[in-house]
Write a protein that binds this ligand. Sequence first.
Ligand code: C2E
Ligand code: CA
Ligand code: CA
Length: 392
Amino acid sequence: MNEVWVIDDDPFAAKLTQRQFAACLPDSLVSAHTDPLASSQRLAKDGGHNIDLVVLDLRMPAMDGITFVRHLAAASYRGKLIFCSGQSDQMLSAAQQIAENQGLYVLGSLPKPASLEAVKVLLKREQSMTPPPTFTVSRDDIVRALNRGEFVNHYQPKVALSDRRFHSVEVLLRWVKGTKTISPEAFIPVAEQEGLIESLTHGVIDRAFADLAGWSRQGFSPQLSINLSTAGLNDLNLPEQLLGYCERAGIDPEKITLELTESKVIDPASRGLDILSRLRLQGFNLSIDDFGTGYSSLAQLRQIPFNELKIDGSFVAGVSERSPLQAIVNSSVRLATELDMTIVAEGVESKADWDYVAGAGCHLAQGFYIAKPMPGQAIPVWADLWREKSRG
Ligand code: C2E
Ligand code: CA
Ligand code: CA
């Protein structure tokens, strides 16, 4: 049986939280622990292998939650973690970040006392998150997968917040290995380091253009967004190559958006600036991805001719309840509006997220509330259903 530990030095609070989790997880054994010191010693002994979830308070005089997190990591705890505390949002975010930095799998945070509804929402979110990759990928693995054609494209729709119209799809790469589907987070960084990212990107584009042609025969012609790795921005011929692809496939570059991750700084002295400027001159749209997670946001916005801004999902999911996230979303919208950019909210997971970002002035929405990434042949089916749902 799965065990859940609720760790809170206040016996009443511990009992209450225990009861909420027991109600939501009838198949688990939920226990309350009021002595964090004793709990951490038990963990050190057996590594917590039988524990599926730890629900942790932050402010405990005998041992605070941050210290407890260190003990969890030291014991190689592999289960999930939820913070449940009356501390500020910022404090909860910091605790979450500290735990993630130590390789722990954090589901999220709950205010204290936690309502049954909040516990349910958080536990449901689990299904939408992928745990950290548990295996390492080598250069040979990627070369073999390329030769065997194991990389496939999935597509996630983006829709207009004003009238719900289906607007575009983002290509998200998947590695299908037997019955397993491997997330890009496990292999993209390796491909970047090993000089294989350009081969992957060429495959992505080939398949996407073929799928675009298929959809257009069925009466759909969404815009297409492609993730470009800044590590692949060395080849000065990239703009001509991409234009060549478009010409052969009969696709207008204005239908294509290239997304570049903000956290990877583009050195203005590098070739990246040259390449991106010429791509924009040829009509491709340039999007600054994961906006808010990087360091050089303002400088890059001035130097690089981006015309779209994607607010990172970590600021969007749950935005309606958390004022620090609202501040980030609102200031990103203000900035992008002044720069006349299209604003995409990524990670829209609920109706409340949708309503918030629509009200804040974002143009497009992408996220599980609208659709999860799906294989190319599913797109026309989804688009029909979406249209019906939006009418009715
Ligand atoms: P990204 O570009 O920020 O893509 C959005 C990620 O958020 C996707 O993860 C998507 O499945 C996920 N997502 C979408 N909506 C929601 C939501 O409502 N809630 C949550 N929790 N997540 C949501 P995915 O597909 O695992 O991709 C991860 C990252 O891998 C991408 O982040 C992108 O940086 C990279 N990647 C994916 N495909 C490619 C590619 O073809 N080339 C390059 N260079 N990078 C790629
Ligand atoms: Ca992206
Ligand atoms: Ca993102």
